[in-house]
Design a protein around this ligand. Structure first.
Ligand code: ADE
Length: 241
């Protein structure tokens, strides 16, 4: 089955915790590893007429933790595109929000644009390449249906943010900060597959509280909001597939 399985929708999440509720609610079945050189795992099922494949980045064999971050986001996405030929890629996961831009814990975002805040190359041409700004597939009606916000989601390799990261996040007027969306958008653009992201806020980047404390405290409630959003999204009439 795995060899011939094609996806209408590829849901990609970095952490298993972010997806377990979706797997349970949609009764997705495990199909295990789908790439011989990666610990990424896949689950599949039908939602209405749509074949859904959900992939997580898997656990790192050395450090025994989920493979969060831009590198595994890009490698997992490329492997899943090659294997499942999805018509739409949806990156689902948690993010940081910004008090300065009216953000609150558990806000839901479907960003209009992605970028990288921690890729800095002060040479013309490379500067813009490194910033990696890309528009997501336009989903205004879906955003309204889900009660989600728009704006820019900026990705980087760190959960925290240095002062330099913060300055770039402000220049971008980022409303979400994550560790995957811009990397997945980059691969999706090369494959010419429409890309959207669904992000729920676990922590506020410009709050004095340590980001990891807020993240761990709010992970469960954000995960519940993401699962509710995923159920609505997978059944929506406003998807391009
Ligand atoms: N995921 C959840 N919160 C985050 C943050 N502050 N930065 C990057 N990724 C996140």
């Amino acid at each position: 089955m795995l060899g011939s399985l094609k996806a209408d929708i590829l849901l990609q999440a970095a952490m298993r915790t972010e997806t377990q509720l979706i797997i349970d609610r949609e009764a997705l079945q495990p199909i295990g590893a789908f790439d011989a050189n990666s610990p990424a795992e896949a689950f599949t099922g039908k939602v209405g007429s749509r074949q859904v494949v959900l992939v997580t980045h898997g656990r790192d064999p050395t450090h025994q933790c989920d493979r969060i971050g831009t590198i595994s986001a890009a490698t997992t996405c490329a492997a899943a595109l090659a294997r499942f030929s999805p018509k739409l890629i949806v990156n689902i996961g948690t993010c940081g929000g910004f008090l300065a831009r009216g953000g609150s814990i558990c806000d839901l975002h479907l960003p209009e644009r992605v970028a990288f805040h921690d890729q800095r190359v002060p040479i013309p041409g490379f500067r813009e390449f490194a910033r990696g700004e890309l528009n997501t597939h336009p989903v205004d009606a879906l955003r309204a249906e889900l009660g989600a916000l728009g704006g820019t989601c900026s990705s980087g390799g760190s959960l925290d943010a240095t002062p330099e990261d913060r300055a770039i996040l402000d220049t971008l007027e980022a409303r979400c900060k994550d560790m995957e969306a811009a990397a997945i958008a980059f691969v999706a653009r090369d494959w010419r597959v429409p890309f959207i992201a669904v992000k729920c806020v676990t922590d506020l980047v410009d709050d004095p509280e340590a980001v990891q404390d807020a993240f761990l405290r709010n992970l469960r409630s954000a995960t519940m909001r993401l699962a509710t959003a995923a159920s609505a999204l997978l059944r929506s009439d406003y998807l391009p597939v």
